[in-house]
Write a protein that binds this ligand. Sequence first.
Ligand code: CA
Length: 226
Amino acid sequence: MRILIIEDEAKLAQVLHKGLKENGYIADWAEDGELGLHMAREGNYAAIILDVMLPKMDGFEVLRELRKAGSTVPIMMLTARSGVDDRVLGLDLGADDYLPKPFDFKELLARLRAVTRRPAVELRNVLKVADLELDLRTREVRRGGEIISLTAKELVLLEYLMSRKGLALTRAMILENVWATEDAYDGGSNLVEVYINFLRKKIDQGHPVKLIQTLRGVGYSMHEPA
Ligand code: CA
């Protein structure tokens, strides 16, 4: 699996490069945004690790250009620890995940596995997160084998969360993907929270393991317990 690292800090890039190689990946490195964008367009990458602050062209610009050109390659942004706005902006522009610096290499590997696994998950007929199952053919939802009854909108929201399991989802992403713009909707962002709460009552209430996680200042994630 070939991974592109777009990162201007040589030390960090070397650590990433070495670590990825040791874990069976092939890794290429671009040290500025322009070169990174060029390599991303030319190369066939399974995923891209993309820093935000880069010479010549910043990470958001690289991300925007790739998505504008129709690229669906999974992209993981490296952000400053305090940069909540950066994370939200990155995800809204079409990044698949973010990782605040400094990070643990094991966590990077786990996130990388999650973003590169996504297409295979979408092809399956049954979405699974721990003991929660959604059968895409029958629209039946079960947790621990017991059928859970959901409204049409709750079902669409759950399908979106489950199909992106392990990934961070902003409220804007959820709104855009679950509520079509033509829906009667007044623009209040708490619509997402209200429906997440409905789902939590039906999916997580009474279960010791909670599958729907709140990411403070960012949004939500469907989480597979370790
Ligand atoms: Ca940088």
